[in-house]
Design a protein around this ligand. Structure first.
Ligand SMILES: [Zn+2]
Ligand SMILES: [Zn+2]
Ligand SMILES: [Zn+2]
Length: 691
């Protein structure tokens, strides 16, 4: 069972008197078991509505349907069309119910279904019901009136179906009813009779046998006519007589007529069954049914005696208020006749094809409302064309004026009366909307009319194209893969197959260190150019060192180690000056260089230096340094200059002091002058002394 909502708004309803009813709505709805029947209980109206198709589930006294919790609140039970069966105990002990409406679709009522529905006074059983279960209406203590829409039909009453219905003192059942034990007229299943009970029925039917077997049951050999219900019987002997009784509440014309295969005759009788001299035998030469129109007085009781005229078989009989003073007819508002669907093609006298609507094919939906002189109104479908002595016929002007779109008028004729019947006609005009198919989904052309009607023509799906192959080659670092695909929708049509990454393919280039930069090995991938460096070597730090001294003899000797301080030393692009101790140091890369010592002297000295894998110490580099005049000769002029320098030294200008200390005693003396003179006496010197 599904329960959807229970909304109680007692507080709201109490505080705000007069609040609109929808604020105070309370109720419950759900589905009965696993059936196709839903229920709605609306508390504000006390109405229980059952909708759906088929039969409800059966229940037991200990397991009742969910709405039974509201048994004191349910006053009306509305069973909607489509439901065919009411299960056991379904409405058991709904003691507040006074009104039950049952649908034409109903076929069976189960056991105990209405057990002790104590406030119910009257119930109308639809024509299609053929079975009422045991104890179905047992203990319905308020029930006084049971009406059957089809009194000509057959019905099986279960045992004790109407037992202990204290107020039910008289009843009639369809002529073909089979009565279960104690079905009606008894107080309990022990067979205790009611004090008095009248069972009305036709002579010779099962009702008479049932009544004859019980002392307390009086058999009344007549059926009470009710308007709209079907009566009738089957004559199985040539001397049959069926009595029908009627007490009109309004004075007027009434019409009692039969349909069927047996030749019937009717006589109108008074309340004591005395013939009033009115009757009917054959409707026409070809229709042997009776067809009586008569005037009846309100409050008087009449009998209609129906006999068969040398003929056997079944008939049905109907009572209607007899004089029709007007009628109207209409199709339901949603009845629209559609060209091509509800029509057939015809050709008119001009040879034009048009759509013809055969209205007789739709008359089962035509509702006719008939107004009688008694004031009664009856609404019925046009299924009984032969009604009350005249034939309904529906005519129209389609042949002259073809129907295409809009509301047209047909004419319903009955006797000398007519009624206009509006007929809505529609011709679809479709617009097409195309949805293209894809590889895997169908497309369609959807045709839609402004009325909302539509239909679709499918377009078959295309299916995938022949597979194409997508290939991605592996790289040094990424795997490759390949798969097949549809060139239209790109869907993969195969598994993806991977190829491992290739890995780098390196070549090594050794970059040697320089005096300023580290050396290293650079590995570069032949395929992708990716590279990295490794095997770093420290930068080269070789030096060329030496000491610049003054040459004191043409053989290059320099016993006094006269240092050349501040002398320019050049090697390649490098240029330094000797320090206070005459030394120099120049950083170099391996290679062969020309070292120039004493570049600021005329007879400077150039030495070839080759550096390979280690520093080179040149030791003392003697330089001929006494060409003081710079004329390429060491001679008397240089001596004079020297003497001049000595004089300068004596004056305290000691720039050349050390240069002139030939004997190394730390002083410039005459002995030094002699030494210098001896040296200078060597004559002209030239660069060859460095070879
Ligand atoms: Zn349409
Ligand atoms: Zn595809
Ligand atoms: Zn690579």
């Amino acid at each position: 069972m599904k329960k959807y909502s229970v909304i109680f708004c007692f507080l709201l309803a109490t505080v705000f008197v007069g609040v609109p009813s929808f604020f105070a709505f309370a109720g419950e709805q759900g589905t009965l078991g696993d059936s196709q029947v839903d229920y709605v209980f609306e508390e504000s109206t006390g109405t229980l509505t059952l909708t759906g198709t088929g039969a409800t589930p059966d229940y037991t006294p200990k397991s009742l349907p969910p709405f039974a919790a509201h048994r004191s609140q349910i006053r009306t039970v509305q069973v909607e069309d489509g439901i065919t069966g009411l299960g056991d105990n379904l409405l058991r002990q709904l003691t507040a119910v006074t009104d039950v409406q049952l649908p034409d679709s109903l076929r069976t009522i189960g056991s105990n279904t209405f057990f002790h529905v104590a406030a119910l006074q009257s119930i109308r059983i639809p024509a299609g019901v053929t079975g009422i279960g045991s104890y179905a209406f047992a203990a319905c203590s308020g029930l006084t009136d049971i009406q059957f829409d089809n009194m000509a039909g057959s019905l099986q009453l279960g045992a004790c179906a109407f037992i202990d219905c204290k107020a039910l003192t008289a009843a009639q059942f369809p002529v073909g009813t089979g009565f279960g034990q104690y079905a009606v007229g008894y107080q309990d299943e022990d067979g205790r009779p009611m004090t008095a009970f009248t069972l009305r029925g036709l002579t010779g039917t099962t009702a008479q046998y049932y009544a004859d077997a019980a002392a307390q049951i009086t058999f009344d050999p007549a059926l009470e006519l009710t308007q709209g219900a079907t009566f009738g019987n089957t004559f199985q002997s040539y001397s049959g007589t069926d009595w029908y009784r009627y007490t009109p509440t309004a004075t007027g014309t009434y019409h009692f007529y039969s349909m069927g295969s047996v030749d019937t005759v009717v006589r109108l009788c008074d309340s004591s069954k005395a013939d009033l001299g009115q009757g009917s035998d054959d409707r026409s030469l070809y229709d042997l049914n009776f067809d009586l129109t008569c005037t009846l007085q309100a409050g008087e009781t009449y009998y209609f005696q129906v006999t068969n005229n040398h003929s056997l078989g079944a008939y049905t009989a109907y009572l209607y208020p007899g004089k029709v003073i007007g009628f109207s007819a209409a199709f339901p508002a949603d009845q629209v006749l559609v060209t091509g669907v509800d029509s057939t093609a015809r050709t008119d006298s001009d040879g034009q094809t048009y759509a013809y609507f055969d209205l007789n094919a739709f008359t089962d939906r035509l509702q006719i409302t008939i107004t009688y002189d008694t004031g009664d109104q009856v609404t019925l479908p046009l299924t009984e064309k032969n009604y009350n002595g005249h034939v309904f016929s529906l005519t129209d002007d389609q042949v002259a004026h073809h129907w295409t779109e809009g509301t047209y008028t047909a004419t319903l004729t009955w006797g000398d009366q007519t009624a206009a019947v509006p007929v809505q006609v529609h011709t679809h005009v479709y617009t097409a909307q195309r949805t293209e198919p894809t590889c895997v989904a169908d497309g369609q052309i959807l045709y839609t009319c402004t009325c909302g009607d539509s239909y679709a023509t499918p377009i078959a799906k295309l299916g995938h194209t022949a597979p194409a192959t997508h290939r991605v080659e592996p790289t040094c670092t990424l795997p490759g893969y390949t798969y097949d695909y549809c060139t239209r929708c790109r869907a993969h049509l195969s598994d993806t197959v991977s190829t491992p990454a290739l890995g780098h393919d390196y070549t090594a280039v050794v970059i040697p260190p320089t005096t300023t930069e580290e050396g290293y090995t650079r590995y570069t991938c032949r395929r992708c150019g990716s590279s990295y460096d490794a095997n770093y070597q420290p930068a080269l730090s070789y030096t060329v060192t030496g000491r610049a001294v003054a040459m004191e003899s043409t053989d290059g000797s320099h016993p006094h180690n006269y240092l050349l301080v501040g002398t320019t030393i050049e090697l390649g692009d490098e240029s330094v000056r000797t320090g206070e101790d005459g030394t120099f140091s120049i950083a170099v890369a391996p290679g062969t260089y020309t070292l120039t010592v004493g570049a600021d002297f005329y007879l400077c000295r150039q030495v070839q230096v080759t550096v390979t894998t280690q520093s080179v110490d040149l030791g003392d580099v003697p330089v001929m340094a006494y060409d003081l005049t710079g004329d390429g000769y060491v001679n008397a002029r240089d001596l004079v200059t020297l003497q001049q320098y000595a004089a300068d030294i004596d004056r305290g200008d000691g720039a050349y002091e050390r240069l002139l200390d030939f004997n190394g005693d730390g002083r410039i003396t005459a002995a030094d002058m002699d030494g210098a003179a001896g040296f200078i006496g060597a004559g002209k010197l030239d660069e060859s002394i460095y070879d």
